[in-house]
Design a binder for this molecule. Sequence first.
Ligand code: MN
Length: 416
Amino acid sequence: MPDSPLTEDYHAQTATRRHIPAHITFWDETLRDGEQMPGVHFSSEEKLAIAEKLAAVGVEVINAGIPVVSKDEEAMVSRIAHAGIKANILAAGRTMPGDVDAIIRSGVTHAAIFVAASDVHLRYKLRMSQDEVVKAAVESVKRAHEAGLHVAFVTEDTTRAPMDFVERLYLSVLEAGADRLVVSDTVGVMTPMTFRWFLREFSARVHPKDWSVHCHNDFGMATANTVAAIEEGVNAPHTCVNGLGERAGNTSFEEVVMTLESLYKCRTGIKTEQLYELSTMVEKYSGVPLPPNKALVGYNAFSHEAGIHTHGVLRNSLTYEPLQPELLGRKRRFILGKHTGRAAIQEKLREGGASHSDDQLARLTELVKTTEERRGKDLRNDLLRRYHIEFEQPGLKDAEFWELAHQVGIERGKPA
Ligand code: MN
């Protein structure tokens, strides 16, 4: 029997079409984009603990936040920068002198300077011309570079921007001293095939040596797009633990790591056996529950209930598991319920050191199935109801907002 889950390794057939860098630098966005997820806010202690854990797992770059946001945010970034964490601590800012100065003051070694690149952002958000954007970008990158910072230059909405402008902008900041270039699929409109085309075009025009992608999951393709980017030679992908982030979230860290490790046999340097611990830590501090069916770190990712599956896994886990749960620091579970078969009950009895007859086994199997079925869904319905109250509208409820408005003397009038 083969001991690899890839009993026929078709990935080997496409290996020559991949240009995966020998060294992948993971750039974590959990504390920045992850925290921008509606209803999520981390305390200073929680941010520190997450940053320490990320470094322990092997993440090399940690975005600690945007210091110009507030005095508190600047203090928090500074605290992380001076905590002796064994990773490169990064802070972000817009292409404005005040933003860059706040990054410098915070004491980080790495800066990410960002500006939008698409026409829709330039016209409606920035109200700047392309020339003005290039000028502001060059000046800010220079300012950060001259202060001795490692500078990443980021454009928002790169994948909806004119390629000629993208080329001009990135070539200008490279000349101004940018060390790393970040391409963003800010509203998640790429597909793996189109993104590979886009990045090939970008690469042919700009010749990046050190580059990142920042992907969003609006169409559920953030991980696929990020893996496609790595196949095109992108060496410093942005990821968020559990795929947290704005709207539908960012690329999920654990998914990219395990795709590279388990499917492509790349060594990422990430301590994968700590991934589940990291995920549950971020689940706890963010207050965002892991969906049961979340890839790799969801509760059900290594759980089996159906009789046919359980039977197969008990014979050999390769039958219905694409990777060993221990790789992520997890354990396989067999769930007793409506779909349970004899094999699982027999295994349970064996673990419990109980001897039994065939007839007893058959009767017990029937009892287990019906007991779970009859239990009803009261608990689950109650949890769902509470989940909806909390997560359908995170943040302040409407009534709370108008109460606060009332405190400053504003009263509700006719609806707009
Ligand atoms: Mn983002």
